[in-house]
Write a protein that binds this ligand. Structure first.
Ligand code: IPD
Ligand code: CA
Length: 294
C-alpha cells in the first residue's frame, strides 16, 4: 500500500521544525496537566451529553496550547476540542486535543494524553486535510510519541535532558483476525453507544480480545508500537485522531475511514488502524453492505 505523500508546505517551513514544535507543545501541556492538577478535580461543564465532561484542566490546557501556538506560528489556524477555531493564512492548521481521555483524567486512571498535530487542508471537510507532523504526549509515562511525514514514528522522553535516545515504532505483524487484540472506544450519546455495543456482540467472538483504554490518541499510539494489533472506532473528531493517524502511518501501519479505496481518510464515520495485512479485515467488521454499522 503506497504511503501518503507530503503535501506542499508554506515556503521555508520544514517537517522537522513542525515535528519539533509538536513535541515541545505536547510535552509542555502534558507537564501542565500533571503538575497543576487541582487536589479535588471536578467537572467544569458537560458538552454533547451528561457523560461528555470537560474539566477546568481541559480548558486551561487548551488555553496554554493556544497561547504557545500564537507565539511560535501566529499565521497558522488552530482547531481545538474545547472551542479553539482560528482560521489562519499560512495554509497550516494546528489540531489539538488538550486532554484526550478526560474521563480517565477525572478518575485518575493513568491513560490520557495531549495530542498536537499540524495539518494541511480544510479541517472542516471530511477527508479534506492531512497531518504533516504530530505528537501524542503521555503525562503518566512521561513519554512523547511523535512523527513527521516521511521521518518515521518515534517515542522520546518528555524531558530531553534525560539524554535517552528516541525509539522507533513499528506496528504489529499480526495477520489473523482471530489473533487480533483490537482496541476500540465509545461515543458519549446513548443511541450511538447502543449501536456500538451491537457491533461488539458480532466482533468479540471473532478476535483475540477487545480493549477500551479510554483515549483514542493512545489507542492509535498502541497500534503504532504494536502493543495492540488494531484499533477501530466510529464518531471520532479531527482532534482525537490527527496526531495518532500520522504516528501509525509512519510506523508502517494503515489508517482508513469509511470510504472505499486505499486513500480513504479516517474521520467521524469510521477510523480503522492496523498493519497492512490486517486493516481491511478489521474494516470489514465495521462496514456492512449498507455502510458503517456502529
Ligand atoms: C474521547 C476518548 C475516547 C473515545 C471517545 C473520545 P475525550 O475523547 O478519546 O477514548 O472513545 O470517542 O471522544 O472526550 O476524552 O477527549
Ligand atoms: Ca478526545
Amino acid at each position: 500500500m503506497t504511503p501518503r505523500s507530503l503535501p506542499a508546505l508554506p515556503d521555508g517551513v520544514t517537517v522537522e521544525e513542525l515535528e519539533r514544535l509538536c513535541i515541545e507543545l505536547a510535552s509542555e501541556a502534558a507537564r501542565f496537566i500533571r503538575e497543576e492538577r487541582p487536589p479535588r478535580m471536578g467537572v467544569a461543564a458537560t458538552k454533547s451529553t451528561e457523560t461528555d465532561v470537560v474539566t477546568v484542566m481541559d480548558q486551561r490546557s487548551e488555553e496554554l496550547l493556544h497561547r504557545l501556538i500564537r507565539q511560535s506560528r501566529p499565521d497558522d489556524g488552530i482547531l481545538g476540542e474545547e472551542g479553539a477555531d482560528v482560521t489562519g493564512t499560512s495554509g497550516l492548521t494546528w489540531v489539538v486535543d488538550p486532554i484526550d481521555g478526560t474521563v480517565n483524567y477525572l478518575y485518575e486512571i493513568p491513560a490520557y494524553a495531549v495530542s498536537v498535530a499540524v495539518v494541511v487542508g480544510d479541517t472542516r471537510s471530511q477527508g479534506g486535510w492531512t497531518p504533516v507532523a504530530g505528537a501524542v504526549a503521555d503525562p503518566c509515562r512521561r513519554l512523547v510519541h511523535h512523527a513527521g511525514r516521511g521521518s518515521g514514528a518515534w517515542t522520546s522522553p518528555e524531558d530531553p535532558a534525560e539524554g535517552v535516545e528516541p525509539t522507533r515504532l513499528s506496528v504489529s505483524a499480526e495477520e489473523r483476525l482471530a489473533r487480533t487484540l483490537l482496541a476500540t472506544g465509545f461515543g458519549y450519546a446513548p443511541d450511538v453507544r447502543a449501536r456500538q455495543a451491537e457491533v461488539l456482540l458480532r466482533v468479540l467472538p471473532l478476535v483475540r480480545d477487545i480493549r477500551r483504554i479510554g483515549s483514542a490518541a493512545l489507542d492509535l499510539v498502541r497500534v503504532a508500537d504494536g502493543s495492540v494489533d488494531a484499533y477501530a472506532e466510529t464518531g471520532l473528531n479531527a482532534w482525537d485522531l490527527a496526531a495518532g493517524w500520522l504516528v501509525v502511518e509512519e510506523a508502517g501501519g494503515v489508517v482508513l475511514g469509511a470510504g472505499e479505496g486505499p486513500g480513504s481518510a479516517p474521520g467521524t464515520a469510521l477510523t480503522v488502524a492496523a498493519g497492512p495485512a490486517l486493516v481491511h479485515q478489521v474494516r470489514t467488521l465495521f462496514v456492512g453492505p449498507d455502510g458503517v454499522t456502529g
